[in-house]
Ligand binder design. Sequence first.
Ligand SMILES: Cc1cc2nc3c(=O)[nH]c(=O)nc-3n(C[C@H](O)[C@H](O)[C@H](O)COP(=O)(O)O)c2cc1C
Length: 467
Amino acid sequence: MTKSSVSELFPYPAKGVEGYPTFLPYQPQSIGSLLDEKEYKQNVNPPKLFEPIEIRGVTFPNRAWVAPMCQYSADDGKLTDHHFIHLGAMAQRGWGSIMVEATAVVPEGRITPQDTGLWEDAQIESYKRVVDYVHALKGVIGIQLAHAGRKASTATPWDSRQALEGGWQGSTVVSEENGGWPNNVVGPSPISFLEGKYADPVEASGEYIQNLKKAFAAATERCKTIGFDFIEIHGAHGYLLHEFVDPLSNTRTDQYGGSLDNRIRLPLEIAEIIREKWDKPLFYRLSATDWLDDVLGPEKGKNTDKWAWWGIEQTTILTQKLADLGVDVIDVSSGGNDLRQKVQPAPSYQLPLADHIKQNVKNIIVGAVGIITTPTQANDIIEDDKADVVFLARQVLRDIDFPLEAALELGVAVAPAVQFDRAWGRMLVKRKNDDTPQQKHGVTEVQGEEGLKPKRGPPPELHSSIP
Ligand SMILES: Cc1cc2nc3c(=O)[nH]c(=O)nc-3n(C[C@H](O)[C@H](O)[C@H](O)COP(=O)(O)O)c2cc1C
C-alpha cells in the first residue's frame, strides 16, 4: 500500500441523519430558520416573518407556511412519487410549515378519485415516507383532513378542462366505471352545488354523521402513527363542513340544521373528537364569507333572527367556540359554496377577514391566505398584527425558494439546505452591523455574485376553481 502524501487525513466521518434508511446529510438546524445573531448581526430584531412560533411543543421555524394544495395524483388514496418530490422539495427550501393537501377520511369524501385519503391503515406507509423525509430535514409537516361533501366524485381540473375544450357539455361527475361514486355523494341536504353539472347529493343520515365522526377519529390515530406535526380540519370552500354551517346548503330540521348552534354542531363535534385524541397543534380552515352581500343583502337582515347566508359574523362566533375547545390556529379563507359569489381578487383580498378574527377572538393564532406573493407583503401582514402567520399556495408552485429569497430581500440570514448553500452566498453574509447590505467588488449582497436582482412575477389572477 502506498503511503498518502497528505500530512494529516481528515478524521471526521460524513455526518448523516441517524436512523434514516439511506445516507442523508445532516442539517445543523431547520432550513429557513434564522442563523445565530452573534455571527449574523443582521438577525438582531428580525422581521416578524422570520420569528419562529411554538405551538404545543412544535417549533415552526418561520411564519411563511405552505397552504394545502390538492394534486389529484394519489393512487387509491395513497401518496405517490409526485407527492414525495412535491412536498420533499418544499422541505428542502425552508418553508415554516408544509401541509399535505385535502385528504379524505372516507372514500366518498374525495373530490376526485385521485385525491389523497386516510381511511385505512394500508395508506399509512405512503405518508410516513414523506413525513420521515421532512423530519430528517428538521421540517414541520401536517395534513388537512377533509370530506368533499356534495362536491365529491368529480373529474380532475385538467381532465374537466380538456373535455370542455373538446366540446363536452355534460357534467363533471365521474362514473363508477371510471372510479367515481355518483350515487354516494353526501351533503347535509339534497341540494346540488350546480344542477346537472355536480352530483345530486344524498342527505347525510344520523348514522352517517356518527360514522363520519368515527372516521375523523380513526384518521387522527393514523396521523399519530405517521408522525404528523399538526392536523388541519377542512371547513372551507363549499366542502362538507362548510355546507353544514351554511344556511344555503343546510336545510336540515334535526339537531344539525336550522339555528346557528345546530349548523355549527358538526364541525365543533369533530374538532372536539380530534382535540381529545391529538395533543399536537390543531388548525381549522374555514371560509369566512360566501361573498353574497351584493346578491342577497346582509348576512343577517335587520329585525330578523334569521341568517341568510354564511359570513364573517357567524364565522367569528364559530372561531371563538373552536378556540375555546382548544383549536390552536384558524386558517382564514373564503368562498366556494355558492356560485353567485362576488369576489374581487387582489393582493391580500382575504386579509380583512383574518384581521377581523384577529381583533375579535383573542385565544387563537390567525393565519391569512390569498394572493400573498411578495416578502414585504407577507411580512407587513404580521408586523401590522393583522395575522400571526401567512399561508401561500400558488406562489409556492411558482417560486419554491420564496422563504430564502424573502430572507435575502428582508435582509436576514437563514439556513439553506447544506447541499444548496453555495447558491445563497449573497444571503449568508456575516454582517458586522445590522443596517445596510454589504458591498463586495462593487456588487451588493442583494444583487449577489451574479450581479442580478432577484426577479419576481406580477401578482397572479385568481384560480378559477379553488378547492
Ligand atoms: C392547485 C391548488 C390546490 C388547492 N388545494 C386546496 C386544498 O387541498 N385544500 C384547501 O383548503 N385549499 C386548497 N387550495 C386553495 C389554497 O390553499 C389557497 O387558499 C388559495 O389558492 C389562495 O391562496 P394563493 O393566492 O396563495 O394561491 C388549492 C389551491 C390551488 C392553487
